[in-house]
Design a protein around this ligand. Structure first.
Ligand SMILES: [Zn+2]
Length: 186
């Protein structure tokens, strides 16, 4: 491309890929020759628009993957992965998240044996299956709900109750109108 076709009036410092059309005011590609909404000619020619785009793109290596016809730059691979720490969020919101556990598999095994007890075998065999199934099932439920859960969250209830009491003590005036409003609703 010759130097002469490079327009000198492009604001290459502006990172915008989209502009509001001077004619219709709607958003359109900044380096497209025509407004995509009303067809207004934004650039005198396609070559001009292309040259302006090239000049704009050469300023910053981050603009390398941009397309002339995009309204915004493409997402980089590192931007496409959204990392959300749900455990931390839940803790902030005071929601009790159960820890990862293998006890549900044991519970299912217990249910399996109890289901076998429903098959019309000889009665002693069914009783034995039912007792084994119930034992495994209860082992899984107690292990999951009582042992493991409280071990992972030793002071959870105490901590949340303490925070609640502090909040009530700190803002008694704020708590009062809420109570009044609830009474009115009932
Ligand atoms: Zn337009």
């Amino acid at each position: 491309m010759s130097r002469a076709t490079k327009p000198t009036f492009v604001d290459v410092n502006s990172p915008a890929l989209a502009i509001n059309c001077p004619n219709c005011g709607l958003l359109t590609a900044r380096f497209g020759q025509y407004c995509r909404n009303c067809g207004y000619s934004i650039w005198p020619s396609s070559r001009f628009a292309s040259a302006a785009f090239q000049a704009w793109r050469e300023v910053d290596p981050a603009r390398r993957d941009c397309s002339r016809f995009d309204l915004e730059p493409p997402l980089r691979p590192e931007d496409q992965v959204v990392v959300v720490d749900f455990d931390r969020k839940a803790h902030e919101l005071g929601i009790h998240m159960p820890p990862g556990s293998s006890y549900p598999i044991i519970i299912c095994l217990g249910l399996f044996f109890m289901a076998l007890a429903a098959v019309p075998f000889a009665t002693p065999a069914r009783l034995v299956l039912a007792v084994i199934g119930l034992a495994i099932f209860l082992f899984g439920v107690i292990g999951w709900v009582v042992v493991e859960d409280t071990r992972h969250f030793p002071g959870f209830e105490a901590a949340s109750q303490g925070a609640h009491t502090e909040a009530m003590a700190a803002a008694p005036a704020a708590a009062q109108p809420t109570e009044t409003r609830v009474e009115e609703v009932h």
